[in-house]
Design a protein around this ligand. Sequence first.
Ligand code: SAM
Length: 499
Amino acid sequence: MESFITWFQSHGGFIDSSVMDVVDFPGQGRGAIAVSDIPEGHTLFTLPRSLTLSTRTSYLPSNMGAESWKKFKLDEGWAGLILCMMWEEAQESKSKWSEYLASLPSSFTTPMFWSSEDLFELRGTAVVDKIGREDAERDYYDKLLPAIQSRLDLFPPTLIDQHYSLAKYHVMGSRILSRSFQVEKWDGPASGEHDANVSSDSTAMEVDGEVSVTQVHGDYNDDEDISRDIDDGSSDDDDDETEDPSDVAMVPIADLLNARYGSENAKLFYEERHLRMISTKPIMAGEQIWNTYGDLPNSDLLRRYGHVDLVSLPEGGEGNPADVIEIRADLVVSAVSQLSGTLTSDSNQTRIDWWLEEGGDDVFTVETDLVIPEALISLLRTLLLSEADWEKARNKSKPPKGKLDNPQVISLVTAVFHQRLNAYPTTLEADDELLRQDLSLNKRHAIMVRCGEKKILTGVIKNLRLMEESLSGEEKDKKKKRTLGDEHGGKQRSKRVKR
Ligand SMILES: C[S@@+](CC[C@H](N)C(=O)[O-])C[C@H]1O[C@@H](n2cnc3c(N)ncnc32)[C@H](O)[C@@H]1O
């Protein structure tokens, strides 16, 4: 580690070693620790933009020429950065980043590298459909290999096995997946030279705003994800910029920080010429310095980073409050078709197409607050509409409201959640039992992911049962009142008749 820090400093990086050190945290790999009390707003380290590794800073794109770079579509998605990292590593000590690349891991605990036996344990979870090994490999065969074979001067055939193999491609892709940041070009005022040894009285508030650096949440198996995930919350103007794959950068030292749900106490900011890691809270000596990966559900943490997060929950026990359950629209459709059986598959399809055109989603997400998405209920109700109501809704371009106000809808929504629960190979109770046993790390992680998801499902089902009970209680009350009313009215009527 010492030689890596020396490399960092000799290339313009600054690290305040009076406040932080890099140590091993059991089960987390390396991470940063406070060695003395750190006030909020303190600069922990800075590095020049030129020390980040991206398609902007590597020499490979200019060596290949802009035309070739584009021709092989290396300007799209992560393929270009992966090739830059392979090429820089192949340059060995001639590369500015050789020490950095040598410090990065070459094996990962993400499901991308799991055996089929371990992957079996993830059945039913949101991880399965998103690993996308084949999609990732398509880029290797369609973009990287043709580019490599076109320039034997840059990629000597003798180095292919060692530096440009499919296995190496996955290693570089996984390094980006678990460690890269979104570092946009500076578009603020030219503010002159920034002092890397910034005074510790510059507060996080002063530098916060539009200049914080986002941890990349894309995938190397899906170019579109790059923009989808980092667009969150930004304005339209920003969107065009954040879609630029050359913003994706490896950031030495910053990528040594671990993350835990709700624990962020340091954040990376960008300036005209430097990146700066700043404490966002006071950190006591001995505490870990945490960055954030965006407080992701365990399914995404496992898929991208190879670990899961468990924190103490207010209601007792442990879990990840950011967990979610995903329900695909086709599950809603098949549950309704099976149970209500009122529509032909053709009329179902017409209604689904219309509902999607009206802005409906094809995947619904339920969080740990157990709120059922109104869109899910609206889709279900669209499928239940009578022909007359369906025509009305279509003419008015108005999908039904997502309200759970009648027993048929509640019981169908409950059926959807039961069917979703049946997608897992085991019950929650069986998983609890399994977790008490001695398991491999992969199996343990898979079970933790599915437990988190099942807790949401069982919580929703329980709430729906309560709702059904209270609705049928209300119905009974209403009936009783009606009967009483009838009896009362009947007596009056009979009285009246008497008179
Ligand atoms: C950005 S790197 C952090 C540095 C990393 N620990 C290392 O040794 O290079 C992200 C990786 O750190 C590990 N990690 C981060 N936070 C963790 C946590 N809360 N629990 C377990 N592992 C964690 C995971 O392996 C993840 O892929």
